[in-house]
Design a binder for this molecule. Sequence first.
Ligand code: AHR
Length: 687
Amino acid sequence: MRSFCFRSLVPISALIIALCCTTWADSASMRINLDQTGVTVSPRLYGIFFEDINRCGDGGLYAEMLINRSFEDYNLPIGWTALNEGGSQAALLVAKDHPLNENNPSYLHLEISGTGGRAGVFNQGYKGTMIGGKTPPILPTTDQEKSDPKSKKVVDAMNRFDKLQKESKNGINLEQGKSYRVSLYARSAKSALAGPLTVSLESQNGTVLASHDLPSLADSWKKYEFSLSPSASDPDARFVISSKSSGAVDLDMVSLFPSETFHNRPNGLRKDLAEMLEALHPAFVRFPGGSFGEGVNLTHAFRWKQTIGDLAQRPGQWNIWGYRTTNGLGYHEYLQMCEDLKAEPLFVMNCGMAEKEFVDPDKIGPWVQEALDAIEYANGDASTTWGALRAQAGHPEPFDLQLFEIGNENGMSYSWGGGTPQEYTARYLPFYQKLKEVYPNILTIATAPIQKPPISAPMEVLDEHYYPQASWFEEHAFMYDSYDRKGPKIYVGEYATKPGAGTGNMDAALGEAAFMTGMERNSDLVIMSSYAPLFVNPDWRAWNPNAIVFDSSRVYGTPSYYNQLLFSNNRADVILSMELNATPVPDSKKTSLYAVAGKKNDSGDIIIKAVNITEKPQETTIDLQGTLPSSLSGEATVLAAEKPQDENSFSEPKKIYPKTQPLSGLGSHFTYTFAPYSITVLRLKTK
Ligand code: AHR
């Protein structure tokens, strides 16, 4: 049997007693003392971490429905296909002369010729465009190849994209009864179109679901905006720009947005995906990365000043996860998302270290100033330079940014963040010192343990990342019990079971849950945590596994997602003393049952979280000691699977899903059987 209670009361190793494991069920016991409270659980313990990975920013949470809206992706009309019907033909060219603005140097030049039909171009959203992960197909490299629409590499690349799109059924998701906002820049200067340009939403077979005519176009760039309401729903639709007339037209910033977004923000978030985040009630949101924030080179780093203001002026960036990100979901939108989720923002700023390039420490000044300006943008009043821009963007009130991470995975040899602890310290220190001088209340987070000799840098919070197998988490569920309390506080900023996790199975969630009982029990030290990554579009699975899986019309949570939901929505305020006796798992440092108990200050609710990692039910006697409430009722919420390899899927999205049942027979002594392969929350109400 294995017992544990407060780290300070009983050494765990002293309490391990062997038990025969051949019965159909294991027996276990929990003794919880209601009068003996332990550490206060940090209100920030359960947050989330969002980074644009796996096509989950553009093409996912960011509600833009068209891929490559500004024609900057690879300098090819990637995602845009010529439409030739009847005797009409379209030629597409990504052109650069007289662009919309210098941050947006490419646009689509569309030439329509012939008569008797219609011709133009269509976009199917993020439909299978990049099936298969990080490596893009062979793409043209020289300027000549890129600008010649007949070059073999252009033709090959476009053919490959067309083929991938045909393999997928996840085009643009249209819902009848909803409206969609179109905006685009167009001009028709040379060989002007003789007739109207039609913008339509269509099914794959060409059935028009909504359309709008632009009778004549200006001869210089002009923005056109209107709404379309489809006459039927279609999860695999396309967006078409066409004409029955000959002539040429230039197009840029062609955008299709659902009018309904999360909190109905213009340029907002896809509602169903954001609601998955909202359900977690995250204490904070860490953004925008992750490796995404670092970039391969510094030119690919997330520089927040290039991500605010007019969308057409945002240059976007090459995303280290293998595609281009528009940064339409930019710094302001991230802060707004935090506000809408009622979560604190945690901004991770590149500290001058990309995967393959570092800023010289003596040139780090402007980067530090960029950090100060980011805080002023978020928190300064409208009389400050950057606060004024925020107010101009429609948010006069401050966003209250209090959490600031200096870099990501820098000083850690295993990561793209790279650099030695010394190289990181040389860049971290100027940030830390200036931030604490100007904004003493901002809580700073470091990415490497830089307090170990020969380095000795001040550190408030250390961000630790873990991606091992489930058994590692289970064997390390007690590691924080004996962590050094004299060092920095710990933020477990990224963690997830990786090897053996399938595409997000129950085994992964069990490992994470076992570990989380240890985080919560030691929340005086572990003050924050966030699972990673959050989302994946399986057509672009650059990282596996992830908490939430989506395509253009569907979404489901993995068992790890529901595990996060259970812990986050049942966070205790204070830990209660618990002595747990459970069966050790043979030939391992694991135990069959992991648990933590705590109490809510306002309601007095007693919350017991337990994780059964085995195939056997755990028949557990629960003794409540100390001052007992006069009445006790409660419920059990259980996330369980038949097999550890079980997963949810688009066809069975709730195969593994929390189920709540009332508890009976509660008192100072009662029995509860924890189901095989389960994560359970017992919530005992004392009033
Ligand atoms: O979460 C996926 C990646 O893992 C993050 O971008 C990076 O910080 C870590 O290596």
